[in-house]
Design a protein around this ligand. Sequence first.
Ligand SMILES: NC(=O)c1ccc[n+]([C@@H]2O[C@H](COP(=O)([O-])OP(=O)(O)OC[C@H]3O[C@@H](n4cnc5c(N)ncnc54)[C@H](O)[C@@H]3O)[C@@H](O)[C@H]2O)c1
Length: 353
Amino acid sequence: MADSVRIGMTGVGYWGSKLARNIYESRECDLAWIVDPDPALRSAAADRYGCPAFSDLGEALAQGAADGVVLATPASMHAEHARQCLEAGAGVMVEKPLALTGAEARSLTSLADSKGLVLMVGHTFLFSEPVRYLRQLIADGSLGDVLYVYSQRLNLGIIRDDLNALWNLGPHDIAIALYLLDDRPARVSSRQYALLSRELEDVAFVTLEFDAGPVVHIHESWLDPRKVRLLTIVGSKAMAVYDDTDGDSPIRIYDTGVVAHDEDGQEVPLGQRAPEVGESFAQFKLLTRAGDMHAPRLVGAEPLRSEIDHFAASLRGDHPPLTDGAHGADVVAVLEAADASSAQGGAVVPVDW
Ligand SMILES: NC(=O)c1ccc[n+]([C@@H]2O[C@H](COP(=O)([O-])OP(=O)(O)OC[C@H]3O[C@@H](n4cnc5c(N)ncnc54)[C@H](O)[C@@H]3O)[C@@H](O)[C@H]2O)c1
């Protein structure tokens, strides 16, 4: 592989145009070519970046000028396009969701592994400073045991006609939950509603249950009056709120919680000491504790730039991708379980790992 990693960009619509700019501006890679069947988008991108442009991915891959390819094509094409890139010997970063079925997602992961090629998924938030900070807070015990998490991704629009709200917005929140908790949910329940009289559901409520204890609740909608990007983590020692619409202080940590006092007046942090035989939490006096709020100063690169730089480094062999094929397939498995639950009126269903 040449010193400078060459990356081809496929699909330069709304999201792909941002990715193309980041590939072009990154010092870690060069933009090898772009592909889009739309002539106006294709020529605009080719003019802006001075790179070759093609209407067909196969044609571009045949040039052999790319070490890796970024795909921001419609979700229904992800699996087919990713397979095409891997078969041609190129690593690939696929926008979310990796595929529309768990079987397709797992088969892509196996193909990449068998060829020793990089397969990465564009779960952008895992490259954002606030999410990384939250993961560290949980890992170092600052929040205590995580009791529950809830996440809201709401807006008026963009109303898509290729995916429902869950499959379009849900990959973000599911990927964040799996990453923060460093675990996979055992069970899922979900209700989804098609409120605009189409076949696609506009609103989804999903609950993930983890064997280790935490419960995660996710609310997705493109039918809401305000843009809300809010994630709340309730821990046994402290709590954190991540508001992605707050550019100055996206994270606020509350030194707040509930403490139990045993009969001797000793403090027993909730979640950290199970009742012993013959004892129950009913014997403890529960007191709320409201301490200070702290908003850490976070400085980081644009998440998309970090994501592209990470893909380039993975292509160079510096490290495996954080959001690898297996992670992408896990997210798809949770989406499938949510669909299965919704089809059964919200029943709690096990996730097919
Ligand atoms: N990570 C994020 O936050 C985020 C945000 C928005 C969209 N996305 C993802 O990006 C992808 C694209 O979404 P979008 O909103 O940009 O859609 P879009 O419709 O604006 O762009 C899709 C582009 O793909 C092109 N295309 C269609 N068929 C193609 C083919 N055969 N070969 C090459 N290009 C082809 C279209 O001409 C279009 O330009 C989706 O998978 C979506 O989930 C991710």
